[in-house]
Design a protein around this ligand. Sequence first.
Ligand code: MTE
Ligand code: MO
Length: 370
Amino acid sequence: DPFSGDPIRDSSLVVLTDRPCNAESPMSGLTSFITSTALFYVRHHFWVPQIAKESYKMTIDIGDGSDEKTYTLRDLQTKFPQHTITATLQCSGNRRAHMNEGSGRDASGLKWGAGAISNAEWRGPLLRDVLADAGFDVDSPPGDLQHVEFYGEDTYSTSVPIDKVLDPRQDVLLACEMNGETLTGDHGYPVRALVPGNTAARSVKWVNRISLLEDESQSQWQQRDYKGFGPNETRDTIDWDSAPCIQDTPVQSAITTIRPDQNNDRSDSMVVEGYAFSGGGRKIVRVDVSIDNGKTWTQAKIEPHKHLGHKTWSWSLWTHRCRRPPADSCVIVKAVDEAYNSQPDSFGPIWNFRGVLANAWHRVRIDKLF
Ligand code: MTE
Ligand code: MO
């Protein structure tokens, strides 16, 4: 049984499937800026590989036919400057259940609610520095190598554009630590690629090989699973090559709690809380909330977090205090990022058969959460 080595997990994770483990972060993981490692969502395609620290080797192939270089965990942690960033990982399928519900059409894939997203502090060397050490000319790279492919011990693999990796301000790390500790098995021990601002599918766990390539990865996780198509397209009609794979991701927000306001004497006051996040390091500049089904709007208070890194790689949590509306009212949230991108109001026009990038306004009837 290959799953017998899987770790024991926190019982408050919201488990969608057990083998492989796919579990959402519970409310308590979504309401603090840093999600504790135990409550960070888990998304596996296979079992958790058992890797001994002593035998672990990271192989780097810089794609010019020269000898491959290998690094131990200790090499990665001691030979290079260590960088710390805060970064949110969001699964491409986050809120797929909302998309299914809102459009009345079932997309394929796990029925994630709003919990396939979490935020952590990550630490490790810049991948750029490791590539330079392996002999790659990071300042004037040869033009033919355009992609960096990551291979995980579990056979999962995918690639990202080389420009993302070579720009030191993009903060692409080989993360050896999460929230100040060695990575756990579920989150990639001993080393995971951390590609902040990109969909989480590119942050390969248990990474043991990195190759520079002319073309994108040929894996199914590059060529199939994480692509967005039009609402009319189906598995039977699709030309897979017609869409690029998801890297950068659009603006997203969700409501996580609606509760009585303990700090207010009025019995009819309430607090609405949630998260807002955008890809590409674009910060959240506004969060609009409505408590009357979208007739009127106000701005929620965005919490002043300490984001680490060259860009805003982490979500922003927001709070809105207000009078409690009638029980059948809908609370709605939508966010705006620094490029003034905003979310679509409904799921019908963005439905896609893979059920990815589900970022329409989040609507919750207050009696559902209160
Ligand atoms: N890396 C490996 N090696 N195997 C995987 O199954 N899943 C990817 C990505 N990296 C995956 C992987 C996907 S789809 C997501 S959403 C994130 O890891 C989830 O990261 P987490 O489990 O640390 O939350
Ligand atoms: Mo994912």
